[in-house]
Design a protein around this ligand. Structure first.
Ligand code: AMP
Ligand code: MG
Length: 411
């Protein structure tokens, strides 16, 4: 049932395995969604171009008086006030020499004015004139000229832009009440195993609670997916088949358990029987070696090993990047930093190992230390961790201060 492991085809490493998986993952076809709140966190499908100059006219950047610099060679004058121009109003008068107009932030500058003196440098006299005491103004002072922020035809947001709150505001500025974005991938999650019971059940002899189902749902949610939980399939083809078929209707099907070499590890066979093309089975890594990847049509299928840490690590290293690709992100991740080992650390392993670790930002940069870990079933260790320390195969005495690649889990 497993892909044959021969000497002529060594297992792929994590980076190559991820590259292979990502080669099957491209951005989902765009959809149009209302700007707020649906577009938040999505990736823009098309470039957005400005339909107008912004500001549309020379505009005051401050509350104060619109003036002519020529009237204030020393920065001091007492000027009669022509009018008050508030934001949203159009000036009624051109500014003649020797006059000022009261102006508010965002209001268009009257013709003839070339600067704004802030209100704090002025005093309104009883006779209605404005007394100005400031440094001599420069032309353009406190004025945002027409088209300075954007010009008609400028590309404001290129396709592929992640829509965060500032981009949502910009899209609103551009008049986009609805926007074409790459949708969130739909992900189905299926636990497998005769021994697995849901968390609200009392485990009988030989049974364990289903940690992977809720955990993978949470990981997928956090990765921005629209998640459907399909429950637990038993280790029988008649139980696996209908649930797999159901999950194959989504963009991604994630199974946990049943992909190793045990007699009841039926998942790869069941997937193949239902038309899933296997691209990869097993990766040179610890934990997570038995991971399976295939596709049926556009659906990506990930079979994650049942041990909870294996499932979690495979999700972060493979699934999350694939989900980011489907969602249109340019950088699939996983987010990796180089960190210095905080203390000497001896470690022996036969495969590159993604060890639960604590990553801290210090004044001297990233520091990392492995947390105690009993292996792929020990999810408790991950509760102490916020990262995975990538350790090379072999018997090593790693020195404090040595640099390691570290995959971030919390971000
Ligand atoms: P498997 O990959 O099916 O061989 O499972 C490997 C180990 O993970 C076994 O000890 C299983 O009992 C355990 N396991 C499988 N599925 C789950 C699950 N959903 N939650 C917690 N442990 C699981
Ligand atoms: Mg199993």
């Amino acid at each position: 049932m497993n892909a044959p492991e021969t000497k002529s085809s060594p297992l792929l490493g994590v980076a190559d395995a991820r590259a292979l998986m990502l080669s099957h993952a491209c951005a989902l076809p765009p959809e149009t969604v209302p700007l707020s709140p649906s577009a938040l966190g999505r990736v823009l499908a098309d470039a957005l171009v400005s339909d107008r100059d912004l500001p549309p006219a020379d505009r005051s950047a401050m509350d104060g008086y619109a003036v002519r610099c020529a009237d204030l060679p020393e920065g001091r004058a007492i000027l009669p006030v022509l009018e008050e121009i508030t934001a949203g109003r159009v000036p009624q008068h051109a500014l003649r020499p020797g006059f000022a107009s009261r102006i508010m932030t965002g209001a268009p500058l009257p013709p003839g004015a070339d600067a704004v003196v802030v209100v704090e440098r002025t005093r309104l006299l009883d006779d209605g004139r404005a007394q100005i005491e400031d440094r001599p103004p420069r032309p353009g002072q406190n004025v945002m000229p027409r088209g300075k922020e954007m010009r008609t035809g400028d590309v404001i947001l290129p396709a592929g832009t992640l829509l965060r709150p500032p981009e949502i505001g910009l899209l609103a500025t551009l008049g986009q009440a609805a926007v074409r974005v790459v949708p969130a991938p739909r992900v189905a999650i299926l636990s497998t195993g005769d021994e697995v019971v849901e968390p609200d059940q009392e485990p009988g002899p030989g049974q364990i609670r289903n940690s992977n189902g809720p955990m993978l749902v949470a990981q997928a949610e956090r990765a921005g997916a629209v998640v459907r939980y399909l429950g637990i399939a038993r280790d029988r083809l008649d139980s696996l088949r209908p649930k797999i078929e159901d999950g194959l209707g989504d963009d991604v099907l994630v199974l946990s358990g049943g992909v190793s070499a045990g007699t009841l590890d039926l998942v790869p066979g069941a997937l193949r029987e239902l038309g899933v093309v296997a691209h990869l089975h097993k990766v040179e890594m610890k934990p997570g070696k038995p991971v399976f990847f295939g596709t049926r049509g556009r659906t990506l299928v990930f079979g994650l090993p049942g041990n909870p840490v294996s499932s979690l690590v495979c999700f972060e290293l493979f699934l999350r990047p694939a989900l980011r690709r489907l969602a249109g992100h340019a950088e699939p991740g996983p987010p990796t930093v180089s960190a210095l080992l905080a203390a000497d650390y001896a470690y022996r392993t036969d495969r590159p190992t993604y060890h639960p670790a604590r990553l801290d930002a210090t004044s001297e940069g990233w520091r990392v230390r492995a947390v105690p870990w009993l292996g792929s079933a020990d999810l408790r260790a991950l509760s102490q961790a916020n990262a995975l320390l990538v350790l090379p195969a072999g018997d090593h005495r790693h020195q404090a201060g040595q640099a390691f690649s570290v995959v971030r889990l919390d971000f």
